[in-house]
Ligand binder design. Structure first.
Ligand SMILES: [Zn+2]
Length: 204
């Protein structure tokens, strides 16, 4: 999908129905910054509001995803193209996320393993061994907040109780107890503290 083309199309349609970015944002219950990001091609409208957005702009989802009003003859063709493209993007996104986390993890654990082996194998003062091992943990300490940022930004956390899917604040994710990517957090919707699973899309 060509985000820049889609962005320009959204802006064009928004103007044609006489709405400002702020007015459109208000109708959708989102920030005008989000609208601005779509229109500059920096992000895509979330799937959860796509139908409402299209209704307001008086276009179909296929028009939106194609970045132009699609004629009836080309409708099926564009529909198929968009579906294939979406599946591809999601799969690539998932893979990239996973690979980044794994690479970061390995890079950070290797120094620790090497340091531990060295400290055990080479006779040295006890304090020196402790310093070396603690030092080898530094990359892990530095990388953890970044790995967490990737995790927080990618996809959503799903409440175990009500199924609400959100992107919580970084600080909330940071301090939440976790098992792998599942985190214990309170839900904005139902208020319960539940184990929230990572979901890459709202439809998962
Ligand atoms: Zn909930």
């Amino acid at each position: 999908m060509e985000q820049v083309k889609i962005g320009k199309f959204i802006a064009e349609r928004r103007k044609s129905v006489n709405l400002t970015q702020i007015q459109l944002a208000e109708k959708l219950g989102i920030t005008d910054r989000a609208v601005s990001k779509w229109e500059t091609g920096k992000s895509m409208p979330d799937s959860s509001i796509m139908l409402d957005l299209c209704a307001i702009l008086k276009i179909t989802v296929i028009d939106l995803l194609t970045g132009e009003v699609v004629s009836v003859e080309n409708y099926n063709k564009e529909l198929e193209n968009n579906l294939v493209e979406m599946v591809k993007q999601k799969q690539e996104g998932d893979k990239r996320l996973l690979r980044t986390e794994i690479v970061m993890g390995i890079c950070c654990i290797i120094p620790f393993i090497i340091a531990t082996v060295c400290v055990l194998a080479i006779p040295m003062e006890e304090w020196l061994g402790v310093v070396i091992i603690l030092g080898s943990l530094l990359p892990l300490l530095i990388a953890t907040p970044f790995a967490l940022l990737i995790e927080q930004k990618a996809g959503y956390y799903e409440c175990e109780n009500c199924g609400n899917k959100t992107v919580p604040k970084y600080s909330k994710v940071f301090f939440a107890p976790h098992v792998n990517r599942t985190r214990l957090m309170n839900c904005d919707k139902c208020g319960k503290i539940t184990w929230q699973k990572k979901r890459l899309t709202k439809e998962d």
